[in-house]
Design a protein around this ligand. Sequence first.
Ligand code: SAM
Length: 340
Amino acid sequence: MTTTFEPAASSTSLNTHAELVRIAGALADPTRSLASLIGETGELRALVERHTRLCMDGSVHMSVGTSILPSGKAISPMQAALCAREPFRTAAFIQGLAQAIRAAMTPQRPVAVLYAGCGPFALLALPLMALFTPDQVQFTLLEVHADALDDARALIEGFGYGAHVAQFVCTDAATWRIAPGAPVDVIVSETMNTALGKEPQVSIMRNLYIQAPQATLVPAAIAVHLGAPGRSQEQPCADWGRIFEINAAAILDWQALDGPTLPAATIRLPEVLGDGPRLLTRIEVYDGIALRDYESSLNLPLQLPGKPQLQGGVTLAFSYRLGPAPGLAWEVQEATQETA
Ligand SMILES: C[S@@+](CC[C@H](N)C(=O)[O-])C[C@H]1O[C@@H](n2cnc3c(N)ncnc32)[C@H](O)[C@@H]1O
């Protein structure tokens, strides 16, 4: 891998560039554990917060600029900016994206990365612009909020990385059409909430991957399991089975479906529920780089919608609801009488 550091005409100092290159080198190092990168993710967050034109002094309410799209909630630019404060999430996505880019590299042309929902910092891409040359990687940045996209553009251009961006597009990534013939090697998106609820990750990955099935998805898979939390954070969660998963194969399987729901599993609860049932979100970012139970806010055990009081031994039938309030839906499946 070539590491380049070109202090192009930009508003940031040489020291700041050198700092970003150092942080990026650590975050993209596949030998580093996520836990060992907490320092660098903190430094990255401080760096982008120092250089953004977004006002980070707490005077802007988090909900200002939130939109409800036909595919789910697009969080506000401020809320998106605050995602940078989740160290494991940030480290896992940047390390995974770096690996996906390296794996897609050829001498013929730059790796084409489609980044859906870049937010005001384009946080998953910016460090990699410090590490790879524009001849190695080209990003197309999609963002539904014009202010967030403008902030991302100002930050990237301030660092002198404008040449790494093929296009800044203000659009809904759940419906956006890829231009015919445009190369797409990697699709990256972090537009999700716990248990794939509320936000449009599923619709976005589905829309983009179906148009570019040769691309590598980052994250590669997001699975929601049913289980019970351990008695302490150190104890593993009990796993009662996988309810739903989005990955490349599932998206291809869903091609013939055009209804308001996607299929999910039916699971019989154990007799003893403990503190369950809970929805457990597990994210495989890329080739073994994963976010497991409790590693970020996305992986916290979540109660079932409606917070029901359930008896052990009942069977729950799940489906995944698409639309402006996406998420898992469930119903108790009545026991059918065995016939002789
Ligand atoms: C959770 S934030 C993540 C920001 C950034 N990618 C990161 O990882 O720090 C999600 C971003 O995706 C944007 N977004 C949500 N739904 C979108 C959609 N359908 N099309 C384009 N952007 C979307 C939101 O506006 C928000 O800026």
